[in-house]
Design a protein. Structure first.
Length: 214
């Protein structure tokens, strides 16, 4: 079997990455974590990654075991008020979805099947997830490579390859785009900093927020 994870990536664009990151951490601490608590007591946890072209956000609500799809999707919408936000959902290393949000609106989506591991049964089921590449162009490293993005987003493609090649086109961190707050490998739950290669990032470049859920 494969890996399960969900994450968000907030687009910095031509803004100052440190300022965008500070807006994300301020939102996380003052709006989400209004009832902070130690990790051992937390019902939900958020992690904000280092500044970069995209800023990684992991959310325990995107987990496999005790996930909350509605809360995860709400976070994507909220983050898109700060800057355009890409949400990635991977199930069993078989099905991958990308969702693009901006100003609280979902702009477009791509997927190669339905969760947890089913291929689309027909063209009607697949059509909403084809992806309109033109809507993603401004977030790519090279906006003129839409033909490559179209080939990458094959609904017959291997989910891991689709994600890897999409990350290259958009300038996503190659490892942070493959984990959430945690990655699930069957019954094993791997936290994001244990998932990263040794020395890739120190824990001090991540901020975690742990809180109770009303």
């Amino acid at each position: 079997m494969g890996y399960d994870f969900q994450n968000q990536h907030v687009f910095v664009g031509d803004r100052d990455a440190k300022i965008v990151r500070s807006e994300i951490t301020e939102y996380s601490s003052t709006t989400l974590a209004t009832d902070p608590c130690p990790l051992s007591e937390a019902e939900r946890s958020i992690v904000v990654g280092p500044p970069g072209r995209w800023i990684f956000v992991g959310d325990s609500a995107g987990g496999t075991e005790n996930g909350d799809a509605e809360s995860f999707d709400s976070l994507s919408i909220d983050l898109s008020r700060i800057a355009p936000t890409l949400a990635i959902k991977m199930s069993d290393s078989t099905i991958v979805h990308f969702y693009l949000y901006s100003n609280e609106v979902i702009i477009d989506k791509f997927g190669n099947g339905t969760f947890p591991f089913y291929l689309f049964r027909n063209s009607a089921e697949a059509r909403p997830f084809v992806g309109d590449c033109k809507k993603w162009a401004e977030y790519m490293l090279k906006p003129n490579q839409l033909d490559i993005l179209r080939r990458t987003w094959s609904q017959d493609g291997d989910a891991t390859e689709v994600l890897t090649n999409t990350a290259l086109l958009f300038g996503l961190h190659p490892k942070l785009c493959t984990t959430g707050y945690t990655t699930f490998d069957e019954a094993e739950e791997i936290k994001y900093y244990d998932w990263l290669p040794s020395g890739a990032h120190g824990k001090d470049v991540f901020d975690e927020f742990h809180f109770l859920v009303d």
